[in-house]
Design a protein around this ligand. Structure first.
Ligand SMILES: [Zn+2]
Ligand SMILES: [Zn+2]
Length: 279
């Protein structure tokens, strides 16, 4: 039997109010897909409603419940699928201290850093006038996020294209993106290839193949995540993600446990996966 080596590194729970299914259901699908484990990464609590508090993230007083349901799933799948606690934390200028405290105080294996340009607060502060300016600001903030040193991997790193799709022209942005990738490469942070982009306004993974190739040129490590909000999406399109990574020149893919990076060969990762029917 092939060794299980792949993790789902980006998934949510009902606590973030826009995902369904308890962690056990995600672990079940992970087992069928031949994964070694899942790393649960719900949205971190943020202090005001402009961050979508009531609709998209757990409250501060739900953190204990979050850790408890992860532990419950870990016990239930002991010896079958590993279940680890992580967090998807918003990077937002002026709120670094929130993430600093959470990542210091909570027992996290993996911390994703996200800029979410669809949030009310982000739109109000950074996208009020020009969608083009918003795009430049967005990519700058990915580098700002990496430079805080708070995050293991920068999530869905061209999400802005879905929020400003009619104004998104990569030709005009690529020089700026190259400069931000230079900054990110210096920090040692990884970046994510997020397969859920296939279901968004611009139906391709985040980031796009051209940005992926620029990341490879700078040897930025990549974590792959499905951003599953339903159990069936665990490891969704991972094979296709590996195709894209290989086309960009990558031979390895990364994951984090106990905040430390591990690299595995894409060929081995691919060979270890089974389809949803367990074949
Ligand atoms: Zn996100
Ligand atoms: Zn997410």
């Amino acid at each position: 039997m092939t060794q299980r080596i792949v993790y789902e590194t980006h998934m949510h729970t009902p606590l973030c109010r826009h995902a369904e299914g308890e962690p056990e259901r995600y672990a079940e699908v992970a087992e069928q897909r031949g994964l070694r484990g899942i790393i649960v990464t719900c949205h971190n609590p943020m202090p005001d409603a402009g961050f979508g508090g009531p609709n998209i993230r757990m409250n501060e007083d739900e953190v204990d419940t979050y850790l408890a349901i992860i532990e419950r799933a870990r016990d239930a799948f002991d010896g079958r699928v590993e279940v680890h606690a992580g967090l998807e934390c918003d990077y937002f200028p002026g709120f670094e201290h929130v993430v600093e405290q959470q990542t210091r105080d909570l027992p996290l294996n993996f911390v994703l850093g996200s800029v979410h340009p669809q949030l009310m607060n982000w739109r109000r502060k950074f996208a009020l006038f020009s969608p083009i300016d918003a795009q430049f600001t967005y990519f700058n903030q990915l580098a700002d996020a990496a430079e805080t040193g708070l995050f293991d991997s920068i999530a869905h790193p061209d999400l802005i294209k879905n929020v400003t799709a009619n104004y998104y022209n990569l030709d005009n942005l690529i020089d700026h993106i190259r400069a931000t990738l230079d900054r990110i490469a210096k920090t040692g942070a990884a970046m994510e290839l997020n397969t859920s982009g296939l279901n968004k306004v611009v139906p391709e993974m985040n980031p796009s193949p051209r940005i992926l190739a620029e990341m490879k040129r700078r040897d930025i490590p990549v974590t792959v995540g499905a951003d599953a909000h339903v159990p069936d999406r665990v490891a969704d399109h991972y094979e296709e993600a590996y195709d894209l990574l290989e086309a960009a020149g990558y031979t390895h893919v990364s994951y984090f446990l106990e905040r430390r990076r591990h690299d595995i060969a894409i060929a081995d990762a691919r060979a270890s996966l089974t389809n949803a029917a367990g074949v």
